[in-house]
Write a protein that binds this ligand. Structure first.
Ligand code: ZN
Ligand code: ZN
Length: 256
Protein backbone atom coordinates (compact mmCIF):
# COMPACT_ATOMS: atom_id res chain seq x y z
CA UNK A 1 0.00 0.00 0.00
CA UNK A 2 1.64 3.21 -1.21
CA UNK A 3 -1.25 5.67 -1.05
CA UNK A 4 -4.27 6.03 1.21
CA UNK A 5 -6.96 7.29 -1.16
CA UNK A 6 -9.56 8.23 1.49
CA UNK A 7 -9.04 10.64 4.43
CA UNK A 8 -10.90 13.56 5.99
CA UNK A 9 -9.66 16.89 7.38
CA UNK A 10 -11.23 19.84 9.21
CA UNK A 11 -12.67 20.86 5.84
CA UNK A 12 -15.33 18.26 6.66
CA UNK A 13 -15.45 16.07 9.79
CA UNK A 14 -11.77 15.16 10.16
CA UNK A 15 -8.62 16.45 11.90
CA UNK A 16 -6.08 19.10 10.91
CA UNK A 17 -4.78 18.54 7.40
CA UNK A 18 -1.15 18.72 8.56
CA UNK A 19 -1.80 16.01 11.18
CA UNK A 20 -3.30 13.68 8.56
CA UNK A 21 -0.31 14.21 6.26
CA UNK A 22 2.02 13.57 9.22
CA UNK A 23 0.19 10.33 10.02
CA UNK A 24 0.48 9.19 6.40
CA UNK A 25 4.23 9.80 6.56
CA UNK A 26 4.46 7.90 9.88
CA UNK A 27 2.59 5.00 8.28
CA UNK A 28 5.25 4.80 5.58
CA UNK A 29 3.02 5.88 2.70
CA UNK A 30 4.16 7.71 -0.43
CA UNK A 31 0.91 9.59 -0.86
CA UNK A 32 -2.40 10.49 0.72
CA UNK A 33 -5.69 11.61 -0.77
CA UNK A 34 -7.48 14.39 1.09
CA UNK A 35 -11.09 13.55 0.36
CA UNK A 36 -13.32 15.78 2.41
CA UNK A 37 -17.05 15.29 2.22
CA UNK A 38 -18.63 17.34 -0.51
CA UNK A 39 -22.38 17.77 -0.86
CA UNK A 40 -23.06 19.69 -4.03
CA UNK A 41 -26.74 20.47 -3.62
CA UNK A 42 -29.00 20.74 -0.62
CA UNK A 43 -30.33 17.47 0.70
CA UNK A 44 -33.14 16.47 2.97
CA UNK A 45 -30.74 15.50 5.73
CA UNK A 46 -29.30 18.90 6.59
CA UNK A 47 -25.66 18.06 6.07
CA UNK A 48 -24.93 20.56 3.31
CA UNK A 49 -23.92 23.28 5.79
CA UNK A 50 -21.47 21.01 7.61
CA UNK A 51 -19.99 19.55 4.42
CA UNK A 52 -19.50 22.75 2.48
CA UNK A 53 -16.37 21.95 0.48
CA UNK A 54 -18.15 23.56 -2.46
CA UNK A 55 -17.46 26.87 -0.71
CA UNK A 56 -14.09 26.04 0.88
CA UNK A 57 -12.17 23.91 -1.63
CA UNK A 58 -10.16 26.87 -2.91
CA UNK A 59 -9.02 27.71 0.61
CA UNK A 60 -8.17 24.05 1.18
CA UNK A 61 -6.28 24.01 -2.11
CA UNK A 62 -4.00 26.81 -0.87
CA UNK A 63 -3.37 24.87 2.33
CA UNK A 64 -2.56 21.70 0.35
CA UNK A 65 -0.17 23.67 -1.87
CA UNK A 66 1.73 25.00 1.13
CA UNK A 67 1.70 21.54 2.79
CA UNK A 68 3.33 20.13 -0.37
CA UNK A 69 6.32 22.37 0.25
CA UNK A 70 6.90 20.64 3.59
CA UNK A 71 6.55 16.97 2.62
CA UNK A 72 7.83 14.45 0.08
CA UNK A 73 4.46 12.71 0.04
CA UNK A 74 2.16 13.10 -2.94
CA UNK A 75 -0.85 15.03 -1.62
CA UNK A 76 -4.03 14.62 -3.66
CA UNK A 77 -6.49 17.48 -3.66
CA UNK A 78 -9.56 15.25 -3.84
CA UNK A 79 -13.13 14.92 -2.53
CA UNK A 80 -15.68 12.37 -1.35
CA UNK A 81 -18.80 13.50 -3.13
CA UNK A 82 -22.27 12.36 -2.05
CA UNK A 83 -24.04 11.01 -5.11
CA UNK A 84 -27.68 11.94 -5.55
CA UNK A 85 -29.03 10.67 -8.87
CA UNK A 86 -31.37 13.61 -9.43
CA UNK A 87 -28.43 16.04 -9.03
CA UNK A 88 -26.15 14.52 -11.67
CA UNK A 89 -25.99 17.65 -13.84
CA UNK A 90 -25.26 20.06 -10.99
CA UNK A 91 -22.64 17.63 -9.65
CA UNK A 92 -20.95 17.34 -13.04
CA UNK A 93 -20.91 21.13 -13.45
CA UNK A 94 -19.33 21.64 -10.03
CA UNK A 95 -16.72 18.90 -10.54
CA UNK A 96 -15.79 20.40 -13.93
CA UNK A 97 -15.23 23.74 -12.21
CA UNK A 98 -13.40 22.45 -9.15
CA UNK A 99 -10.98 20.16 -11.05
CA UNK A 100 -10.07 17.94 -8.11
CA UNK A 101 -7.17 15.52 -8.63
CA UNK A 102 -9.79 12.77 -8.29
CA UNK A 103 -13.17 12.14 -6.72
CA UNK A 104 -14.69 9.37 -4.65
CA UNK A 105 -18.42 9.00 -5.26
CA UNK A 106 -20.37 7.67 -2.28
CA UNK A 107 -24.03 6.92 -1.65
CA UNK A 108 -24.80 8.28 1.83
CA UNK A 109 -28.53 8.72 1.31
CA UNK A 110 -31.03 7.77 -1.37
CA UNK A 111 -34.69 8.65 -1.60
CA UNK A 112 -36.01 8.83 1.94
CA UNK A 113 -33.17 6.73 3.35
CA UNK A 114 -30.09 7.89 5.27
CA UNK A 115 -27.33 5.26 5.42
CA UNK A 116 -24.84 7.20 7.54
CA UNK A 117 -26.14 6.33 10.97
CA UNK A 118 -28.30 3.55 12.32
CA UNK A 119 -31.55 3.71 10.53
CA UNK A 120 -34.51 3.74 12.92
CA UNK A 121 -36.58 5.45 10.20
CA UNK A 122 -36.43 2.22 8.21
CA UNK A 123 -38.48 0.32 10.78
CA UNK A 124 -38.01 -3.18 12.07
CA UNK A 125 -39.72 -5.46 9.61
CA UNK A 126 -37.54 -7.44 7.24
CA UNK A 127 -39.29 -6.27 4.12
CA UNK A 128 -38.77 -2.59 4.94
CA UNK A 129 -35.11 -3.17 5.74
CA UNK A 130 -34.58 -5.12 2.55
CA UNK A 131 -36.29 -2.32 0.57
CA UNK A 132 -33.89 0.24 2.08
CA UNK A 133 -30.88 -1.87 1.13
CA UNK A 134 -32.17 -2.54 -2.36
CA UNK A 135 -32.66 1.22 -2.83
CA UNK A 136 -29.05 1.73 -1.76
CA UNK A 137 -27.71 -0.61 -4.45
CA UNK A 138 -29.96 1.00 -7.06
CA UNK A 139 -28.17 4.26 -6.25
CA UNK A 140 -24.71 2.64 -6.31
CA UNK A 141 -25.35 1.23 -9.79
CA UNK A 142 -26.60 4.66 -10.95
CA UNK A 143 -23.45 6.23 -9.44
CA UNK A 144 -21.19 3.86 -11.37
CA UNK A 145 -23.16 4.33 -14.59
CA UNK A 146 -23.00 8.13 -14.21
CA UNK A 147 -19.23 7.93 -14.94
CA UNK A 148 -18.86 11.01 -12.72
CA UNK A 149 -16.32 9.59 -10.29
CA UNK A 150 -12.89 7.99 -10.28
CA UNK A 151 -13.52 5.87 -7.18
CA UNK A 152 -16.61 4.22 -5.66
CA UNK A 153 -16.63 4.65 -1.87
CA UNK A 154 -17.47 1.93 0.71
CA UNK A 155 -19.63 -0.05 -1.72
CA UNK A 156 -21.66 -1.98 0.87
CA UNK A 157 -22.25 0.85 3.35
CA UNK A 158 -25.52 -0.66 4.78
CA UNK A 159 -23.40 -3.46 6.27
CA UNK A 160 -22.01 -0.80 8.63
CA UNK A 161 -25.40 -0.30 10.24
CA UNK A 162 -26.62 -2.82 12.81
CA UNK A 163 -30.18 -2.31 11.55
CA UNK A 164 -29.30 -3.11 7.91
CA UNK A 165 -26.41 -5.55 8.30
CA UNK A 166 -26.99 -8.87 6.59
CA UNK A 167 -29.62 -7.52 4.20
CA UNK A 168 -27.17 -7.19 1.29
CA UNK A 169 -27.54 -10.15 -1.06
CA UNK A 170 -25.18 -11.83 -3.55
CA UNK A 171 -27.37 -10.42 -6.32
CA UNK A 172 -26.68 -6.87 -5.08
CA UNK A 173 -22.93 -7.40 -5.21
CA UNK A 174 -23.32 -9.07 -8.59
CA UNK A 175 -25.01 -6.09 -10.19
CA UNK A 176 -22.48 -3.66 -8.72
CA UNK A 177 -19.61 -5.84 -9.99
CA UNK A 178 -21.20 -6.01 -13.45
CA UNK A 179 -21.64 -2.22 -13.57
CA UNK A 180 -18.04 -1.65 -12.43
CA UNK A 181 -16.72 -4.06 -15.06
CA UNK A 182 -18.09 -1.74 -17.77
CA UNK A 183 -17.11 1.58 -16.16
CA UNK A 184 -14.04 3.73 -15.54
CA UNK A 185 -14.86 3.96 -11.81
CA UNK A 186 -12.72 1.79 -9.51
CA UNK A 187 -14.05 0.70 -6.08
CA UNK A 188 -12.09 0.99 -2.85
CA UNK A 189 -11.44 -1.47 -0.10
CA UNK A 190 -12.44 0.81 2.78
CA UNK A 191 -11.16 0.38 6.34
CA UNK A 192 -13.58 2.87 7.94
CA UNK A 193 -15.03 0.27 10.33
CA UNK A 194 -12.29 -2.35 10.28
CA UNK A 195 -11.72 -2.03 14.05
CA UNK A 196 -15.18 -1.04 15.22
CA UNK A 197 -18.80 -2.06 14.71
CA UNK A 198 -18.33 -3.94 11.44
CA UNK A 199 -14.92 -5.46 12.26
CA UNK A 200 -13.96 -5.92 8.62
CA UNK A 201 -13.44 -3.76 5.54
CA UNK A 202 -16.00 -2.75 2.94
CA UNK A 203 -16.91 -4.60 0.87
CA UNK A 204 -17.41 -7.89 2.73
CA UNK A 205 -14.19 -9.85 1.98
CA UNK A 206 -16.23 -12.96 1.20
CA UNK A 207 -17.69 -11.30 -1.92
CA UNK A 208 -14.40 -10.12 -3.41
CA UNK A 209 -13.88 -13.17 -5.61
CA UNK A 210 -17.10 -12.16 -7.40
CA UNK A 211 -15.45 -8.85 -8.28
CA UNK A 212 -12.25 -10.62 -9.32
CA UNK A 213 -14.36 -12.75 -11.70
CA UNK A 214 -15.51 -9.53 -13.37
CA UNK A 215 -11.93 -8.25 -13.62
CA UNK A 216 -12.65 -5.37 -11.23
CA UNK A 217 -9.58 -3.85 -9.51
CA UNK A 218 -9.63 -1.96 -6.21
CA UNK A 219 -7.77 0.90 -4.52
CA UNK A 220 -7.16 1.11 -0.75
CA UNK A 221 -8.61 3.75 1.57
CA UNK A 222 -8.60 4.04 5.36
CA UNK A 223 -11.49 6.55 5.51
CA UNK A 224 -9.69 8.08 8.51
CA UNK A 225 -10.94 11.16 10.31
CA UNK A 226 -8.07 11.32 12.82
CA UNK A 227 -4.33 10.68 12.52
CA UNK A 228 -4.34 7.75 14.96
CA UNK A 229 -7.01 6.04 12.85
CA UNK A 230 -4.80 6.36 9.79
CA UNK A 231 -1.68 4.92 11.41
CA UNK A 232 -3.74 2.06 12.89
CA UNK A 233 -5.60 1.18 9.68
CA UNK A 234 -2.74 1.22 7.18
CA UNK A 235 -1.20 -2.00 8.61
CA UNK A 236 -4.69 -3.55 8.71
CA UNK A 237 -5.18 -2.73 5.03
CA UNK A 238 -1.73 -4.13 4.23
CA UNK A 239 -2.87 -7.43 5.79
CA UNK A 240 -6.06 -7.31 3.75
CA UNK A 241 -4.03 -6.59 0.61
CA UNK A 242 -1.85 -9.67 1.23
CA UNK A 243 -4.91 -11.93 1.30
CA UNK A 244 -7.27 -10.41 -1.25
CA UNK A 245 -8.21 -12.23 -4.47
CA UNK A 246 -8.70 -8.94 -6.35
CA UNK A 247 -6.10 -6.90 -8.17
CA UNK A 248 -5.08 -3.75 -6.30
CA UNK A 249 -4.07 -0.66 -8.22
CA UNK A 250 -2.69 2.72 -7.19
CA UNK A 251 -4.63 5.92 -7.62
CA UNK A 252 -2.04 6.91 -10.26
CA UNK A 253 -3.13 3.90 -12.35
CA UNK A 254 -6.77 4.93 -12.00
CA UNK A 255 -6.02 8.45 -13.23
CA UNK A 256 -3.65 7.41 -16.02
ZN1 ZN B 1 -18.58 8.07 3.12
ZN1 ZN C 1 -15.18 9.11 4.04
Amino acid sequence: MRTDVHTHTTFSDGAALSSMVGAAADAGLDGVGLTDHCIVTDDAFGRRAQYDLVETYERRRELIESARERTDLALYDAAEVSFVASERDATRAFLDTAEFDYTIGSVHFAGEYDYTSDAPHVGTDDEARRAAVERYYDAVVALVESELFDVLGHLDLPERLSTLRGYSRPSDYERVAAALADARTVPEINAGRINRSLGQPHPDPSVLSRFADHGVSFVLGTDSHRPDELTERVPELRDVADRTPVELVGIGDVLA
